[in-house]
Ligand binder design. Structure first.
Ligand code: PHE
Ligand code: CA
Ligand code: ZN
Ligand code: ZN
Ligand code: ZN
Length: 286
């Protein structure tokens, strides 16, 4: 299994908190805090050698941007993408939602670029704008793709909230085309000693427009406003009868609002999947 370094991911989380502190307390669409988040992620990805494109679009809350990074070298025939939304709500810094997924996806991208092996799949990482306004960034991106490009997508994997303080270990189960991804993710959790649960998230994040276009999708999730059951508390720890994240969409979703060890497990599972898919698409005719 792949070990994505937690300390390095937490340095990205610290940066998102600092950006919020310096920009009126949040990183929401249309704000300087969002732009600073874009600048940070772009700088990190370019420094690692990625080909980075910033896609601008307008919303009723102001201009927003997607950051889409591609690891050079792939043929473009088989695309694997990991995505996370980069915006917060206006109420707070958005550290679990979704500094956690953004930091995880960024650190996985940086670690992938450092390997000596060249992937057989074309590896892309997306940092979406305006998710909180209704999945606007990811929808804009998918709408901008032509049919041949859509068909080259073998998998889209989403990371939205992966360090909830009353942590859950969920794998998205809302796309029958993506059951192989769901099963691979559940297998990786199991290898890490975690009995994950499938969850139908009803397209509540940025994989939704990929589902609509027929792309296989899944994702990992540590829970939002839902309540942890006693069965889940027995196998995962934490507190039954309480929300996975009682600071969801609130001002208290700050640097203190993370289960760091749980976030590391989600990140290592995602990293293991991404590294595996990077090397197992293309040459064997799949
Ligand atoms: N997309 C939701 C938000 O950003 C949270 C969520 C993520 C819900 C994944 C379900 C599944 O607020
Ligand atoms: Ca790790
Ligand atoms: Zn949210
Ligand atoms: Zn979110
Ligand atoms: Zn294929």
């Amino acid at each position: 299994a792949v070990d994505i370094p937690l300390e390095d991911a937490l340095a990205h989380v610290d940066e998102f908190q600092q950006i919020a502190d310096d920009n009126g307390g949040n990183r929401a669409t249309g704000t300087t805090g969002y732009q600073a988040s874009v600048d940070y992620v772009v700088g990190q990805l370019e420094g690692a050698g990625y080909d980075v494109h910033v896609q601008e679009f307008s919303t009723t809350s102001g201009t927003s941007k997607n950051v889409v990074a591609t690891l050079p070298g792939g043929s473009g025939e088989h695309v694997v993408m990991l995505g996370a939304h980069l915006d917060s709500v206006a109420r707070g810094a958005g550290i679990n939602d979704n500094g956690s997924g953004s930091a995880g996806a960024l650190e996985i991208a940086l670690n992938l670029a450092e390997r000596d092996v060249e992937p057989t799949a074309t590896m892309k990482f997306a940092f979406w704008g305006a998710e909180e306004q209704g999945l606007l960034g990811s929808t804009h991106y998918v709408d901008s793709l032509g049919q041949p490009e859509i068909e080259s997508f073998e998998a889209y994997v989403n990371a939205d909230m992966i360090g909830s303080p009353n942590i859950g270990y969920f794998v998205y189960d809302d796309n029958p085309n993506g059951n192989f991804i769901r099963d691979d993710l559940a297998g990786l959790f199991e290898a890490a000693g975690i009995d994950s649960d499938h969850v139908d998230v009803n397209g509540r994040s940025d994989h939704a427009s990929f589902i609509d276009s027929g792309v296989p999708t899944s994702g990992v999730f540590s829970g939002a406003e839902g309540t942890k059951s006693s069965a889940q508390a027995s196998k995962w720890g934490g507190t039954a009868g309480q929300a996975y994240d009682s600071c969801y969409h609130s001002a208290c979703d700050d640097r203190g609002n993370l289960d760091e060890e749980g976030m590391d497990t989600h990140m290592d599972v995602l990293g293991s999947l991404v590294f595996d898919y990077a090397d197992n698409w293309g040459d064997d005719g799949t």
